[in-house]
Design a protein around this ligand. Structure first.
Ligand SMILES: Cc1cc2nc3c(=O)[nH]c(=O)nc-3n(C[C@H](O)[C@H](O)[C@H](O)COP(=O)(O)OP(=O)(O)OC[C@H]3O[C@@H](n4cnc5c(N)ncnc54)[C@H](O)[C@@H]3O)c2cc1C
Length: 503
């Protein structure tokens, strides 16, 4: 039998847990959090590779409403962030709402009943509102490499690290040079016999200002909360001030580029290797990576850098696009995630009987990164164009939680069974504004091919502004931007029956 709820939240990472806390604070308790895995944590549950850590200082990469004075380091590692999310689930009473092993297989809008019908691995749910918090970096992207099946050893993606595989004394190949790969390489280099890195494009890497947060600092943050707020405020403010260089004046990124070049010179004494590790595009075009041990690891004698993508696998022999070959016992893909082709989009069917993926054939787009026309009462957390190049995603998530809270209030005011469907004109205007602003950004002009861009070269992932601008844009739901759908009851016969929606 179907379970009926007011809200179904999909996913239990920062986005889903944040939504759950916010719903409870708004007095909404009739909701479930549907999670395909067996625990909360999302990104920070799935990514357990050696060296996995955050690139944003923890005092900013955490919920403003759930500060943690005990962060052990500036940039906390995965175990601490995961433990933090477990605590959030406990502290805010979210456990009764969590439904694990409940992968959402399909979500279909019922235009007569004005509600969503969700088929999950654990049963059917009927929900007035769906919050999709399935994460932008949650489904691994694995390249289709000819001959991969012929590889006799273990093969895994960075986000599904196989801890049963012993790497000591093995020849390991790592494919990719993104944020995960550059943490993995120094994490495993000391123990493997040989490490071959397949690099299509070198990243820009700057020093990581990481250190232990001292006991007196932690004491102060715990006993004098304004010091914690001050720390967070400074971390946030610096990043807000940097944003203009990414979005309007990429020429101003020259200063950071000089720091990155000096970092490369210090870390890689060999000029030949240094040349191969020097990016040929403007810094910031791809995500700027932070590491103090990536370059030194690449300079070790047991590491080879192949400056060409992996093109073919012939048993244990890996062949790069330029013909270079390497032998390996273990193959690790640090090849990123399905960002511009969200898997959940293929499973959500809207008012017109089309899936979100079909609707987004020409590229993902939403109103204020949060709702899509034809998909009433469906809100995304980290939807299209809400990603950041230089700050904490938690700030964006919290902005969308404000929007969700107001959305729920508006529905309450409307009363009865009602739904809000984003107007195409409003969504189009929003997306025209985004793409206009995108033209000047370093992501579009920096001369690189990045995961920020979709197959058509359109930037559908990043927010081209400051986090405060997005906060302002999502403070309230503007009803002018929505069509109101209402369920009317038509007494046809002796019994009342439903009669669809009016606009
Ligand atoms: C290694 C790594 C490092 C990162 N570092 C940073 C950083 O330094 N700074 C930063 O701002 N961001 C960083 N990010 C981005 C990070 O993804 C976001 O900051 C944030 O954690 C996203 O939270 P989320 O809840 O939206 O998604 P996720 O944490 O990905 O959670 C999504 C959840 O949805 C579940 N799910 C997905 N599909 C379904 C389905 N069909 N049915 C049921 N459940 C489903 C998943 O199992 C998962 O639990 C990093 C990401 C990775 C992978």
């Amino acid at each position: 039998m179907a379970v009926q709820v007011r809200v179904a939240v999909i996913g239990s990472g920062f986005g889903g847990l944040g939504a759950a806390v916010r719903l409870r604070r708004e007095g909404v308790t009739d909701f479930v959090v549907l999670e395909r895995a067996g625990a909360v944590g999302g990104t920070w549950r799935d990514n357990t590779y050696p060296g996995c850590a955050c690139d944003v200082p923890s005092h900013l990469y955490s919920f403003s409403f759930a500060p943690n004075p005990e962060w052990p380091r500036n940039f906390s590692g995965q175990p601490h962030i995961r433990a933090y999310l477990e605590r959030v689930a406990d502290t805010y009473g979210l456990r009764p709402h969590l439904r694990f092993d409940s992968e959402v297989l399909s979500a279909r809008w019922d235009a007569d009943e004005l509600r969503w019908e969700l088929e999950t691995a654990s049963g059917t749910y009927l929900a007035d509102v769906v919050v999709s918090a399935t994460g932008p970096l949650s489904d691994a992207k694995l390249p289709d490499i000819p001959g991969l099946r012929s590889f006799p050893g273990p093969v895994f993606h960075s986000s599904r690290w196989d801890h049963d595989v012993q790497l000591r004394g093995k020849r390991v190949a790592v494919v990719g040079t993104g944020a995960s790969a550059i943490q993995i390489v120094p994490g495993i280099q000391p123990e493997v016999e040989r490490l071959t890195l397949f690099q299509r494009t070198p990243p820009w890497v700057v020093p990581r200002a990481d250190r232990r947060i001292t006991a007196p600092e932690r004491w102060l943050h715990s006993k004098v909360p304004p010091t914690r707020a001050l720390r967070r405020g400074l971390l946030w403010g610096i990043r807000e001030l940097q944003t203009g260089a990414f979005t309007r004046r990429p020429d101003r990124l020259g200063f950071i580029e000089a720091i990155a070049r000096a970092h490369l010179r210090r870390g890689v004494p060999d000029p030949g290797l240094r040349a191969r590790l020097t990016p040929g595009y403007r810094i910031g075009c791809k995500r700027i990576l932070l590491s103090n041990d990536y370059y030194p690891a690449l300079s070790r004698p047991n590491v080879d850098v192949v400056t060409s993508g992996l093109a073919e696998v012939r048993g244990r022999t890996l062949v790069a696009a330029d013909g270079t070959t390497a032998e390996a016992d273990v193959l690790v893909f640090g090849t990123g995630f399905r960002v511009t082709d969200m898997p959940i989009a293929h499973r959500v069917t809207g008012a017109e009987g089309r899936t979100l993926a079909e609707t987004w054939k020409g590229g993902m787009a939403a109103l204020r990164g949060t709702s899509a026309p034809g998909f009433p009462n469906l809100l995304f957390i980290i939807g299209p164009n809400t990603g950041l190049g230089n700050s904490s995603m938690i700030l964006m998530i919290e902005s969308q939680l404000n929007y969700l809270a107001d959305f729920m209030r508006q529905l309450d005011v409307l009363g009865g069974r009602s739904a809000l469907d984003a107007r195409p004109s409003a969504a189009n205007a929003w997306n025209r504004m985004l793409q206009r602003r995108m033209e000047r950004t370093v992501w579009n002009t920096g001369g690189c091919d990045s995961w920020y861009l979709d197959a058509e070269g359109r930037n559908t992932t990043v927010w081209p502004g400051t986090t405060s601008e997005f906060r302002k844009a999502t403070r309230r739901v503007d009803l002018q931007e929505y069509q109101l759908l209402r369920k009317v009851r038509v007494p046809e016969t002796a019994t009342e029956t439903t009669a669809g929606a009016v606009r």
